[in-house]
Write a protein of this length. Structure first.
Length: 345
C-alpha cells in the first residue's frame, strides 16, 4: 500500500491570514514529499473559506517547484464547472509543467452552494451526467482530433493543445460511491477514489465490494487502482485522541452545514455553529469520529490500515483537513511518516 496526503487551505475564522495559510499548506506538502509519500492531492472549491481551492492546477504547479518526488493530483476537479476543451488543455499544460507528475481526480461536486453560483439550476444528478460526458471527451481530446455532440457540450473536431507528457494523458481518478459510479470509472479505464462518510469500517468494506463487483462486470478491462480517502490523526496518547476527535467532529459538523446550504455565508465564512448545535447533531459525535476515521496512536492506526490493505486498497490518502492548528496537523503527519508508514515498507 502506498500513502498520499489530501490537503487544502482551511480558513475557519476571519482572523486567520490567508498568506500564512498558504505557507502552511505548502509546508505540509513538502513534509509529504520529504517523508516518502506517493502523492499530494488538492481539490477545487469556489467562494468557500472552508476549503480555499479555486484552481488546483495553480497550486500543483507551485508545488512542483517546491517538491521533488511526489505525484501531484487534483482531488478533485468539479466536472460541471469545466468545458472539455479547456480542461483537456489546462490539464495537459499542467502535466507538462509537472514533468509528467499529474494525476487528474474528477467528481461531480458536493455543495449546492457552489452549484447555485457556478451553474444555476443544476442539481446533483445533472452534475453527475455532466461528469459522464466530460471524461470520454478528455480521453478523446488527448488522443487526437475529437468531435462531440453531447447534451452539455458540442464542438467540431478539436484536439488538446498542448498534449500531456504522460502517454494517453494523466491517470484519471473518479470519485465514486454508488455502483453506477464505480462501473462508469472501471468501464472507462479510470482509477477509483472512495471516501467513507459515517458508517465506519463497514462502509469501507462495502465500498471495496462495490468496486470488486464493477471490476467483475468488465473482465476485459485491466483492474484499476482504488484509493481510500480517510480523515487521519496519529496521536500521542488517549488525551490527544480525544482532543482530535472533538476537533474533527467540529469539522464534520461544519461540512454538514455547508452541504445542507441553509446557513448564512458572509465573506466566505459560514455562520458560526454553537456548541449546543454541534452537540445536538443527529449522527456526528466525537465517538462516531473515532469509529469512522483513523484517530489513534501509531500502533492502533497500523492495525486498522493493515485491514484496508488486506481488503485490496492500493492507496491510503491521509486527509489532514480538520480545523486543527497547523502545529497539530504537522505533529500528526510527522508521526504518521515516522511511526506508521515504515510498517508497510
Amino acid at each position: 500500500m502506498r500513502f498520499s496526503l489530501f490537503v487544502h487551505m482551511e480558513r475557519t475564522s476571519a482572523d486567520e491570514d490567508q498568506q500564512e495559510l498558504y505557507e502552511n499548506y505548502v509546508a505540509l506538502a513538502q513534509m509529504a514529499d520529504r517523508g516518502g509519500m506517493h502523492a499530494v492531492w488538492t481539490g477545487e472549491h469556489h467562494g468557500m473559506d472552508f476549503t480555499i481551492a479555486p484552481n488546483p492546477f495553480l497550486n500543483l504547479v507551485d508545488l512542483a517547484c517546491r517538491t521533488r518526488n511526489v505525484r501531484l493530483g487534483t482531488g478533485t476537479i468539479i466536472a460541471p464547472f469545466w468545458h472539455p476543451i479547456k480542461l483537456a488543455g489546462e490539464a495537459a499544460m499542467t502535466d507538462m509543467m509537472l514533468d509528467g507528475r499529474l494525476d487528474l481526480g474528477i467528481a461531480r461536486g458536493a455543495y449546492s452552494y457552489e452549484y447555485e453560483r457556478m451553474v444555476p439550476g443544476m442539481d446533483a444528478w445533472d452534475a453527475g451526467q455532466r461528469m459522464r460526458e466530460l471524461v470520454p471527451a478528455l480521453q478523446g481530446l488527448w488522443k487526437g482530433d475529437y468531435a462531440q455532440e453531447g447534451t452539455y457540450h458540442a464542438f467540431p473536431a478539436t484536439t488538446s493543445s498542448p498534449k500531456p507528457v504522460q502517454p494517453h494523458g494523466p491517470p484519471i481518478w473518479i470519485a465514486a460511491r454508488d455502483p453506477n459510479s464505480h462501473e462508469f470509472a472501471v468501464s472507462n479505464g479510470c482509477q477509483v477514489q472512495v471516501t467513507p462518510l459515517w458508517q465506519g469500517d463497514e462502509e469501507i468494506t462495502k465500498l471495496m465490494d462495490t468496486f470488486k463487483a464493477a471490476c467483475a462486470k468488465f473482465p476485459d478491462v485491466p483492474r484499476p487502482d482504488i484509493m481510500l480517502l480517510n480523515h487521519t490523526y496519529i496521536a500521542e496518547d488517549e488525551a490527544d485522541i480525544e482532543q482530535a476527535a472533538q476537533e474533527i467532529n467540529r469539522f464534520y459538523c461544519y461540512f454538514g452545514a455547508w452541504f445542507k446550504n441553509e446557513r448564512r455565508v458572509r465573506q466566505g465564512l459560514i455562520e458560526t455553529l454553537s456548541d449546543q448545535e454541534i452537540a445536538a447533531h443527529p449522527f456526528y459525535s466525537p465517538e462516531a469520529m473515532r469509529r469512522d476515521n483513523v484517530i489513534a496512536t501509531a500502533d492502533k492506526a497500523i492495525e486498522r490500515i493493515k485491514v484496508y490493505e488486506t481488503l485490496g486498497y492500493d492507496e491510503y490518502s491521509f486527509w489532514i483537513d480538520s480545523g486543527m492548528s497547523f502545529e497539530r496537523k504537522k505533529a500528526s503527519l510527522e508521526r504518521f511518516i515516522k511511526d506508521v508508514m515504515p510498517a508497510f515498507d
